[in-house]
Each structure stands twice: as structure tokens, then as C-alpha cells.
Design a protein around this ligand. Structure first.
Ligand code: PLP
Length: 434
């Protein structure tokens, strides 16, 4: 009788992790080419972080967030706020990305309630986006396969096309793509009624849904102009792109985007503790404080999570990992383009910093995706693992449930030699597909 409900079968059993490497109980070593799911930004088993967590556990492991203040939380709030591309931000720590997004959605609603605009309830999301698996977060997400079983519970959100230059829906691509997307947003706002729209949520640079898709340079400027014209809050979901992953502290910085609300997780704790964060701009925070924000979780504002998050930021600083992600990311992009981009099944190699994706297609000229029954991204992931490389598979980037890609994003501590091994092993895995 099985007692643990697992998410996958046939997996090796992990024994140890160190730096960019994992070892299983049979002694096989794997290069962590995707930092788990783009999580372990500072690398595995960093003793500064594990010691900080241990010290906090020895002192106080848990208090309810409405019972005590703590130095650890105050210090974390101040340190994280100093890094955010937001005006006078305030941070609300939670346990993960989906909780951060739920917090953001409720914050947007509460902001408009406070401003006597109770009819502003609709949040607009994008195709190919992913914001989490809880119902509110899933509703604003655009990944069909994850939404499909739960459709009867979804459908409140508005939706516009995703941003993926390789498959851009603008008929005049590559001309005026930013403006085309801004027009699509404006049209959706008009369809819903501008007075009913609360927020627009998007990843500044695409995550697993679109596969590290970098928007056109003017995209965020024109899209935020549309939002501010209608009093709509901008929520930047930086769960995957935060904490140095794209070569800047936050993906928003590539576009001078200053969101009203920001969500973070993954790299926030690098996986050392379940941690997500929702940040509010000063204007939003002040409004929520004045009205009262009806929200909270038993494990929000977790002391140990805050200590882990603070230790991770310190390591990013000490090891200069954000700068390193930019530098190594350029080298990784060059190596991927030189080594795997010409493979007959590789349609596109795209990314920024240390966030990359390889999209697989059955026909490079027409960009035709493989049928889902071929399980191409899963098979490439299995093949890579047999060569000692871990990558992160995703499907659906071509729309209609089709499209295969693998995400590449090693820990930001990755060495030049390890990058070489990563690309070499990926090429070997691809060779098995002819
Ligand atoms: N937002 C983005 C951009 C993500 O990539 C993810 C997870 O992959 C989430 C939200 C949800 O985060 P979590 O899985 O921690 O709930």
C-alpha cells in the first residue's frame, strides 16, 4: 500500500546536494542545470544559510504573526525593501509563490475598496503565464493544461495574448510588437469595462509557460501607460525572475518597470525554507494600512523564513551573484546558441541572465510543435538525466496544449567549467533524438 502520494514515479532517491550538484543513493551525480525549478539561486548546502536557520530554530522556531514582532522579520523587511524596484515598498512574507499571488490579488481588491471603487474586481492575466496553482492564482494564469480540470471554478479573470517573440501574434512582427500588445490590453480593458478592472498581472520576463520569453524592449513602458491611464494596478510576478536570476536583482529592472505590487518566491529563500513575499508600493501599503487588510496565513511572516531570506540576500551580495548571473548568463547563451541551436528539433533558444529555454519543434521552418503524445520535453529531460544533467520541462508554449520546452537555469554560483559540462550534456541528450 502506498502511503505517500508522490508527484512523479520512477525517480532516483536523493542523498546529498552541494553547490551545483546532487547525488543519489546509488552514487550517481547530477549537475543541477535548472536549480530545481529555478529555485536554488545561491546553490545547494550553503553553510552560512543553514547555520543562520539553525540558530533561529534554536532561539524561536515559531510565533503567530499577530502575537509578536521580531528583529529577524524587521531586518528582513528592511533589507528586502532596499532591493526592490518600487517606491517606498512594504513586504508581506508568506510561504510560497501561489500565496504571494493570492496576497497580491486581495491587496489589489482591497486597494480599490479603500478608494471607493468596489466594482473593480477583474484582474487581467496573459496566455502562457503561470502564477500558481491555488484557485485565484490559477485563474489569472494562462496555462491550459493546469487549468483544464478546474475550469468550472475559474473564469473571473480577463485574458490577453502572451508575449513570446518566437510565436508573436502581431501580424506585423517584428515591427511595433510592444504597441500591438498594449492595444490588445486596451481592447480587453474596454471589453470588461475600465471601471471594473482592478489589476494587470504578468511576469516581467516569461517563466516556464512561455519559456524565458523576453518581451520587446518597449513592452512594459506602453503596457503600464495603458494601466495607469485607467487606474489599474500593475502586479509584477517575479517568483521566477527575482533574486538575480536574470542578471539584475529583479526582472522589472531590465525595463525600468516600477510595479504597484510585486510577488516573489523561489530564489527568495533559494529553497532553504518555504518562502514567498508580496511587496506593496508605499501608496498601496498606506491605503491597505488605512483601510485594514483582511488577509493572513498561519505561516505568513515566519521567523525562520525571514532569517533564511535575509541570509540568502547576504550571500547574493557577498558572492556578487547578481553580477555573476549577468556575466555567466551571456556565456551560457552563447554556448547554447553555438552548440544546440542548429539541432533539427531545436526551434528557439531564448533567455536572459541565467534563465534560458530551448523550445523543441518538429519542423523548424513552420515552427510546428510536436504532438503532445510524443512527450518531447519529458523525454529530453529523462535523456538529460541519464547523462547526469537536470533540466526543467514545460509544455504548452505553442498554445492549444501543444509546445515543448526545457528550462535551463543553473545556480548563479555556476562555474565556467560547469557551464561547459551543462551544454555538453544537453547536446548529448539531444543527439539521442537524431
Ligand atoms: N508565479 C510564477 C512566475 C511561478 O513561476 C510560480 C511557480 O513556478 C508561481 C507563481 C507559483 O509559485 P509556487 O509554486 O511557489 O506556489
Amino acid at each position: 500500500m502506498r502511503s505517500l502520494f508522490t508527484r512523479a514515479t520512477g525517480l532516483p532517491t536523493v542523498q546529498r546536494a552541494e553547490g551545483c550538484w546532487l547525488t543519489d543513493t546509488l552514487g550517481n551525480r547530477y549537475l543541477d542545470g535548472a536549480s530545481g525549478a529555478l529555485v536554488v539561486n545561491i546553490g545547494h548546502n550553503d553553510s552560512r544559510v543553514t547555520s543562520a536557520i539553525r540558530r533561529q530554530l534554536d532561539a524561536v522556531s515559531y510565533v503567530h504573526p499577530t502575537a509578536f514582532n521580531s528583529d529577524g522579520l524587521e531586518e528582513y523587511g528592511a533589507l528586502l525593501a532596499s532591493r526592490l524596484p518600487m517606491d517606498d515598498p512594504a513586504v508581506y512574507p508568506v510561504s510560497g509563490g501561489s500565496e504571494a499571488v493570492e496576497t497580491a490579488l486581495k491587496a489589489a481588491r482591497t486597494f480599490h475598496l479603500a478608494n471607493d471603487e468596489p466594482e473593480r474586481t477583474v484582474v487581467i492575466g496573459r496566455d502562457l503565464s503561470y502564477h500558481g496553482n491555488s484557485i485565484g492564482a490559477l485563474d489569472v494564469s494562462g496555462r491550459h493544461s493546469l487549468r483544464e480540470p478546474y475550469l468550472p471554478w475559474l473564469g473571473r479573470a480577463g485574458r490577453i495574448p502572451g508575449v513570446l517573440e518566437y510565436r508573436c501574434p502581431n501580424p506585423r512582427h517584428p515591427d511595433n510588437c510592444g504597441a500591438w500588445h498594449a492595444d490588445a490590453l486596451a481592447a480587453e480593458i474596454e471589453r470588461i469595462g475600465p471601471e471594473r478592472v482592478a489589476a494587470f498581472i504578468a511576469e516581467p520576463i516569461g517563466g516556464a509557460g512561455s519559456g524565458a520569453a523576453v518581451p520587446p524592449p518597449d513592452y512594459w513602458k506602453v503596457v503600464t501607460e495603458v494601466c495607469s491611464r485607467h487606474g489599474i494596478l500593475v502586479i509584477a510576478d517575479e517568483v521566477m525572475t527575482g533574486f538575480g536570476r536574470t542578471g539584475k536583482w529583479f526582472g522589472s529592472e531590465h525595463f525600468e518597470l516600477q510595479p504597484d505590487i510585486m510577488t516573489m518566491a523561489k530564489g527568495a529563500s533559494s529553497g532553504y525554507w518555504p518562502l514567498g513575499v508580496c511587496a506593496f508600493s508605499g501608496r498601496v501599503a498606506a491605503t491597505l494600512e488605512e483601510r485594514g487588510f483582511v488577509h493572513g496565513f498561519t505561516f505568513s511572516h515566519h521567523l525562520v523564513g525571514a532569517v533564511a531570506g535575509r541570509a540568502v540576500i547576504k550571500r547574493l551580495d557577498e558572492l556578487r551573484l547578481v553580477e555573476r548571473a549577468e556575466d555567466r548568463g551571456r556565456a551560457l547563451g552563447d554556448a547554447l546558441r553555438a552548440t544546440v541551436a542548429d539541432h533539427p528539433f531545436v526551434g528557439d533558444v531564448r533567455g536572459l541572465g541565467l534563465l534560458w529555454a530551448i523550445e523543441l519543434v518538429s519542423d523548424r521552418d513552420t515552427k510546428r510543435p510536436f504532438p503532445p503524445s510524443e512527450r518531447m520535453s519529458a523525454r529530453l529531460t529523462e535523456s538529460a538525466r541519464s547523462h547526469g544533467l537536470l533540466v526543467y520541462p514545460s509544455t504548452g508554449c505553442a498554445g492549444d496544449g501543444t509546445g515543448d520546452l526545457v528550462m535551463i537555469g543553473p545556480p548563479l554560483i555556476v562555474s565556467v567549467d560547469e557551464l561547459g559540462m551543462l551544454v555538453e550534456r544537453l547536446a548529448l541528450a539531444l543527439e539521442e533524438f537524431g
